[in-house]
Design a protein around this ligand. Structure first.
Ligand SMILES: Cc1ncc(COP(=O)(O)O)c(C=O)c1O
Length: 391
């Protein structure tokens, strides 16, 4: 559809590929293979002169509709949908790197991304340097000849640190490296890293894009040259493709993505203001709060503060007291769901790190991450008040 239309409109219509019945809702093609009309057609599909489908590990019509719709929202030339967010992150790294290369990444990362950078890549001869992502001088000092990729997540999980995407892109490009951004927390509604200079964007579509806690999924977006080149080559032969069923769920999720994110972000703003004023809370973190240490940077590269709020209580006892008193919010570890989720990162998502590493990331035993859902704001605030009463 035309670029003149607002992304909110394109999210409803782009990527629709109607076939024989003129079906309104996109069809679910639950097939891994495709029959060819002739041996010549099969040959042409395999040599690429006929762009039709070959095998679901490479592409499938329902998955392609999802990829086209997400690429339209992101303003990307191309997209490859994966089985999970981690499959997308893994492919972003392994499709680009070889032994002897160097990667610079922000230290504040989702636990499994941290594992790939810090444990897995070095096993294959890739040297990695972790920096404080908020300090551009540290990126400048870390890049060198042989740096192929820079990787960051902003806002970061779970402390909601903000990294200057355009600033890091400039440093990466000057060193001949590419920048990959994990845009899960910001969502494609509120931050478009490609427009800020990033080369690839990755999503866990498990989060806001599904948005109702059903399916795992991921996506990698960027230029045609990158995504339809080395990324597709890697995906074809290693098999992390998204299933057609999950792609169908995600495709329908995109239709309501703005609506849900806007309602969740409004709830998050109200909750952040409530927590910031409450004396029982040591610190409330939310990028759109003026008190956030990087509020100005956040608002210069994000349209809204997002759907996640973090709060710090005195210690683990207070954090567990808070969690166990909640009645509406659920104790779990996903985010971006319609249901509000409260997480204690130190003992769950970031348990694998040492206490020293956690503290260097600001993950104290009193820290709680709240993924704010679609419930009525007053019920959520009453629930949090109940939780704070038990700290
Ligand atoms: C910021 C971030 N990146 C990546 C992932 C990984 O996504 P998935 O669980 O879909 O593999 C997550 C999951 O929690 C995440 O929060």
């Amino acid at each position: 559809m035309t670029d003149r239309l607002h992304p909110r409109t394109r999210m409803i219509h782009d990527g629709s590929d109607r076939r024989a019945f003129g079906e309104m809702s996109e069809a679910l093609y639950l097939t891994q293979g495709f029959a060819y009309a002739s041996a010549e057609e099969a040959e042409a599909r395999f040599d690429g002169s006929d762009p039709g489908f070959v095998y679901a590990r490479y592409g499938n019509p329902t998955v392609a509709m999802f990829e086209e719709r997400l690429a339209s929202l992101e303003g990307a030339e191309a997209c490859f949908a994966t089985a999970s967010g981690m499959a997308a992150m893994n492919a972003a790294m392994f499709s680009q790197l070889k032994a002897g290369d160097h990667v610079v990444a922000a230290r504040a990362l989702f636990g499994s991304c941290h594992y790939i950078i810090d444990n897995l890549l070095p096993r294959y001869g890739v040297e990695t340097t972790l920096v404080d992502g908020t300090d551009l001088d540290q990126w400048r000092a870390a890049v060198r000849e042989g740096t192929v990729l820079c990787f960051l997540e902003t806002p970061s999980n779970p402390t909601l640190e903000i990294i200057d995407i355009a600033g890091v892109a400039e440093i990466a490009h000057a060193a001949g490296a590419k920048l990959v951004v994990d845009n899960v927390f910001a969502t494609p509604c509120y931050q478009r890293p490609l427009e800020l200079g990033a080369d690839m964007v990755m999503y866990s579509t498990t989060k806001h894009i599904d948005g109702q806690g059903r399916c795992l999924g991921g996506a990698l977006l960027g230029s045609k040259e990158l995504i339809d080149g080395p990324v597709l080559e890697y995906m074809k032969h290693t098999g992390p493709a998204m299933s057609p069923f999950n792609a169908w769920v995600m495709l329908k999720g995109l239709e309501t993505l703005y609506l849900r994110c806007d309602a969740q972000a409004s709830n998050a703003e109200g909750i952040a203001r409530f927590l910031a004023k409450d004396g029982r809370v040591k610190r409330a973190l939310y990028p759109a709060l003026p008190e956030h240490p990087q509020h100005n940077l956040a608002m210069s590269q994000m349209e809204r503060g997002g759907t996640v709020v973090a709060l710090e209580l005195a210690d683990k006892r207070a954090a567990f007291g808070f969690l166990n008193a909640l009645e509406v919010a659920k104790i779990s570890n996903n985010l971006g769901d319609a249901k509000t989720i409260a997480t204690h990162p130190a003992t769950t998502t970031h348990q694998r790190l040492t206490e020293e590493d956690r503290l260097s990331l600001g993950i104290t035993q009193g820290l709680i991450r709240l993924s704010v859902g679609l419930e009525a704001e007053e019920d959520l605030i009453a629930d949090l008040d109940r939780g704070l009463g038990a700290t």
